[in-house]
Ligand binder design. Structure first.
Ligand SMILES: Nc1ncnc2c1ncn2[C@@H]1O[C@H](COP(=O)(O)OP(=O)(O)OP(=O)(O)O)[C@@H](O)[C@H]1O
Ligand SMILES: [Mg+2]
Length: 509
């Protein structure tokens, strides 16, 4: 029985066809992965199913019945729930308040908190969500915030659960936990639709995959016994344009001069220790990787180095250099969503907003061509670009500033296979230009393949730093693989991954 059936769904934004005649079905009580390049139309299709957008053509069926949704209110009524690429929570509210908020079954009535609390605690226990209903959302980790979104859906008793890139913000340990929750959903007869760019995850969790490219279905496959050819899947995603970019790490003209030094840094917020006697140095001509579960002090390190955070004790030295930052949260920290690509690039570095449209076009053309940014037209607002394409714009802007120190925080989060390879090659290029690169990531593949030195951060402390020799001893070969996600890891790599996994959660010394 099909939980969802799309028939010839089309959607245009202006003249731009975001979806063309999309037809496929989603079996009930299964995990269905939707894959495709940045801008392929994945989020658009899911927003149509969730009633946020209306299609221009075609129809879809829920449990065999033709439906028409004017708003999410309608889809929620049919027990469909969606966790978006960017969470929709109110930071200043508690978990409980966020769950109750906007829940139509409770508005208008006198809310019975005791009853709701007990229902929610039952759900939390059943699915092992490990949430405290009274925590403020701003005080909990990203993975817990995701669990709040999940709790919202379960509270409404959703039977079809849509997740738009849920694992992009999770560390490997958290991904495992998340997949356990998904398994539990399946045992409870729910239907799960999951968008991801990580092919290894498909292998772990999917019953069936559908690949979209440029708004059309180009590939579908059932996965039985976790048996799927990832190389074939990768090819289906990128079509003819699979890039293979080779960049070697050069050792020429690299001076190793220290540009940034943090000594015995301590930082607390609301009486909670965030950085604990932290020492770190960043040198020219290296990529220093920072590995850790999100929320262990990564952001604060970036904020101290960029000068945003001043409320710390200890010694911070900047050897008179400028710092570029690709922030973790592009929507809130990086960009102005109402402005165009050109404006966003031009406005950086305190430029006053007086530029002819020719200059702006020049800025946007360069980025769009070099980074293969997909957008409907050059005057489109940044907010209308797909998630991965926004990320390409911000990376291009920060690299083009030409600063000596570059901080990349989760540079390829939400970015497709080709663009990931491209961004990785750009990071190595900067290192080879004798720039100092700090790479903060929760993607172990990315960290291990790009870093010259790799530090593990746990509870605001660096618990271990691998120097280049030690890293090399773990690598099965010393080649940088720019499409690491689809490679089968060799035994030596696995040892390193296991060790890193333990260090990240404080379970090794
Ligand atoms: N509200 C909008 N207005 C104009 N164009 C849009 C809008 N939403 C999406 N688009 C365009 O439609 C196309 C598909 O976008 P969509 O967000 O569905 O891609 P996606 O497959 O989810 O990509 P990603 O992996 O980067 O998230 C993109 O080219 C995007 O620029
Ligand atoms: Mg998307």
């Amino acid at each position: 029985m099909k939980a969802v059936e799309f028939k010839n769904i089309s959607k245009n934004f202006g003249n731009f066809p975001a979806l063309t005649n999309v037809s496929f079905g989603i079996e009930s009580n299964s995990v269905h992965c939707i894959l495709g390049e940045n801008g392929a139309g994945k989020s658009t299709l899911m927003k149509i199913l969730f009633g946020m957008y209306q299609s221009d053509g075609g129809e879809f069926y829920i449990d065999g019945n033709s439906v028409k949704f004017d708003s999410p209110h309608d889809s929620i009524g049919m027990k469909i729930g969606m966790v978006h690429q960017h969470f929709m929570l109110i930071d200043d509210f508690t978990v409980l308040e966020n769950v109750i908020l906007g829940n139509e079954t409770t508005t208008g009535l006198k809310i019975n908190f005791t009853e709701i609390r007990s229902v929610l605690n039952d759900i939390i226990n059943k699915y092992n969500l490990e949430l405290d209903l009274d925590s403020k959302v701003s005080d909990i980790s990203i993975s817990s915030q995701q669990k709040v979104e999940i709790l919202k859906l379960l509270f409404r008793d959703s039977g079809i659960l849509i997740f738009d890139e849920p694992t992009a913000v999770l560390s490997p340990v958290e991904v495992k936990e998340f997949f356990k929750i998904i398994d539990e959903f399946k045992r409870n007869k729910k239907t799960i639709i999951l968008i991801t760019h990580k092919l290894n995850e498909v292998k772990l969790i999917a019953d069936r995959v559908t690949v979209l490219r440029k708004g059309e279905v180009v590939y579908e496959e059932d996965i039985i016994d976790y048996n799927i050819d990832l190389e074939k899947l990768a090819q289906a995603i990128v079509g003819e344009s699979r890039v293979s970019i080779a960049v070697d790490k050069s050792s020429e003209n690299l001076t190793n001069e220290t540009l940034i030094q943090l000594n015995s840094i301590n930082l607390s917020r609301n009486n909670v220790k965030i950085l604990d006697n932290l020492n770190l140095s960043l040198r020219k001509g290296e990529v220093l990787g920072i590995c850790g579960v999100e929320g262990n002090g990564q952001n604060e390190i970036a904020e101290i180095i960029t000068g945003l955070e001043k409320d710390f004790t200890g010694d911070f030295k900047n050897n008179n250099v400028n710092v570029s930052l690709v922030p973790d949260d592009r929507i809130n920290k990086g960009m102005i969503m109402e402005y165009t690509v050109g404006e966003n690039i031009y406005l950086k570095n305190g430029r006053k907003f007086i530029a002819s449209s020719a200059i702006l076009d020049d800025f946007s053309d360069k980025t769009i061509n070099e980074y293969d940014v997909r957008l409907t037209n050059n005057k489109a607002s940044l907010g209308s670009l797909s998630g991965g394409n926004q990320q390409k714009v911000i990376i291009s802007r920060e690299i083009s500033a030409g600063n000596e120190v570059l901080i990349f925080s989760h540079p390829t989060r939400g970015v497709d296979i080709n663009a990931t390879a491209f961004i990785h090659s750009k990071i190595i290029e900067e290192r080879n230009k004798n720039r100092a690169v700090l790479l903060i990531s929760s993607d172990l593949d990315e960290l291990v393949s790009l870093s010259d030195r790799l530090s593990v951060l746990f509870k605001g402390k660096i618990v271990k730093t691998f120097d280049p020799e030690e890293l090399a001893s773990y690598r099965s070969d010393n080649k940088i693989s720019l499409t690491p996600d689809i490679e089968i890891k060799k035994e030596k790599d696995n040892q390193l991954f296991e060790l890193l996994g333990k260090l990240m959660i404080g379970m090794a010394d």
